[in-house]
Design a protein. Structure first.
Length: 158
């Protein structure tokens, strides 16, 4: 078996060695029995993993207590407050911004400077402008639908 394949298997199952198939464990054992380079690499990997798991972030009692008390306080505030402020931007603001965006993109073609530029450059200028307008409106619509998916499915019964 190739050294890179053995190391890939070790890295793949590094978090949960118990889930590694028995055949892979046997292949790794046989390979490391004959290959001292892979044995050293696996030992270095396990040492680094243990350092990162145990010694990298020292345990801080005061920090854990302060964070957990703040989380509990936030949970109490959201449960007791009947007038909680919704997270994110409201649907009304999204629609207003969409109308402003669509209107500004549609009226950009009516300006005198745009007419002069379009006349001088010809149709080769209109294609990138049209693609840009289409991409902007499509991306805005995708973000709107993605951020309000639950509301839209409830409203339209999908």
């Amino acid at each position: 078996m190739d050294c890179s394949k053995v190391l890939d298997m070790i890295y793949e199952y590094s978090g949960d060695e118990d889930s590694m198939p028995l055949l892979n464990q046997i292949q790794i054992w046989l390979h490391t029995f004959f290959c001292s380079d892979c044995t050293e690499e696996i030992e270095r990997f396990e040492l680094a993993r243990n350092i990162l798991r145990n010694d990298f972030f020292p345990h801080s009692l005061g920090f854990e207590h302060s964070i957990m008390s703040k989380i509990a306080l936030e949970n109490e505030e959201t449960e007791t407050s009947p007038y909680s402020i919704p997270a994110g931007i409201s649907t009304r603001n999204w629609v207003i911004m969409g109308i402003v965006l669509f209107t500004s993109l549609a009226t950009a073609f009516l300006g005198f400077e745009f007419q002069n530029i379009a006349r001088e450059t010809g149709m080769s200028f209109l294609l990138p402008v049209g693609i840009t307008v289409g991409v902007v409106l499509t991306v805005y619509g995708a973000f709107f639908i993605g951020s309000h998916l639950k509301e839209l499915t409830e409203r339209f019964g999908l």
